[in-house]
Design a binder for this molecule. Sequence first.
Ligand code: DP6
Length: 413
Amino acid sequence: MPVFQATTSAPVNIACIKYWGKRDNTLILPTNSSLSITLSQDHLRSTTTARADPIFSETKLWLNGKEEDIKSGGRLERCLAQLKKMRKERIEDKNPNTPKISEWNLHVASYNNFPTAAGLASSASGFAALTSSIAALYGLNTFTPSEPAVASPSELSLVARLGSGSACRSLFGGFVAWEVGSSLTGEDSLAIQVAPQEHWPTMHALICVVNDAKKGTSSTSGMQRTVETSALLQHRIKDVVPARMKAIEKAIKDKDFDSFARITMADSNQFHAVALDTAPPIFYMNDVSRSIIALVEELNRVSLAKTGHLVAAYTFDAGPNAVIYTEEENVKQIIEIVVRYFPQSDTNPFPDPFKLFAGKQPKAAPLPEGFNEGVAKVWEVGSVKGLIHTRIGDGPRMRGEDEALLGRDGMPK
Ligand code: DP6
């Protein structure tokens, strides 16, 4: 009997217009549209292998090698039910000779190539990889451009959304919008591609992994509290985000970095303002995060005075890590400024994937002329415990048998 198995990988995405708030907690329907950039899977990705077999006595899931409980009626179950329904209705019911693999139990193994300790949200890439691997297994979409898809990435984004809201945006590469939608049942709350990665290939990202001692409030419970208590959120939903979505889409279409950067920074700041406006207040950024803001603002001030243009945009999710979006030509200078204020430990060398530093570790270079050195203090080693340099990337990819996470026996390798 043939083996019914597929392996795919899916990317991380970082929002420029933030999703924060649900109007339906079960269907994961948002209170506002959002927009993100998909980051390259060459550096950050979740890989998932899914297999269906009539001999499996139950459906099982392993995350980074550890078996996880599948909560009955939980998010994962809802994603699986939706994919099984699509397989049954679109393939099995139409072709009576096709094996009814939607009736079989599944073994699913998933692996993130970045440490959970890095504090990067893994639920987006994780649920996108889960959705894409099962879609591939079920013959719904192989993520191979030459093969027609039974279910489009937007349709699959509806499934990933049931796992974690931000996951729906990881079904596409490039610049991706998640439309708020208006239906009570959620079928119009899906992701669409605003522009592919090739449209603006020079868009790079530098992630500053900030040391974080405390365990923060999860996105799910934090946003629920914000919806219940913040008056500012209502203004954001009604008056701010709709205009910003239009403006940032235009900035992306025009490759207008200045507008893109202004909107991205303003939206990150407003997201953290609504977190602060929550009762009790939620603080995701810390003093290190605020120093990074000060450095980027100062660099932009100097650049604006000299060239009339901005060079970088910071954005922060539900934690203290900074993501700095910038065009390729500016990354080296930004790294040199970051390492000047946040000296790096020798034990954690910068991998330099784009070979900016010719085999050496980045060093603090002279600051640009006119840069006010005093906008931040020089922090102790380890305050920013690592730097990840990456760029805009593509959507889910099919992976070969050699990358499968399940062995011949259907158990994790
Ligand atoms: C701050 O998608 O993790 O990263 O839908 O409850 O799983 P759930 O929340 P999640 O929230 C992400 C919030 C954010 C902003 C964003 O990615 O848009």
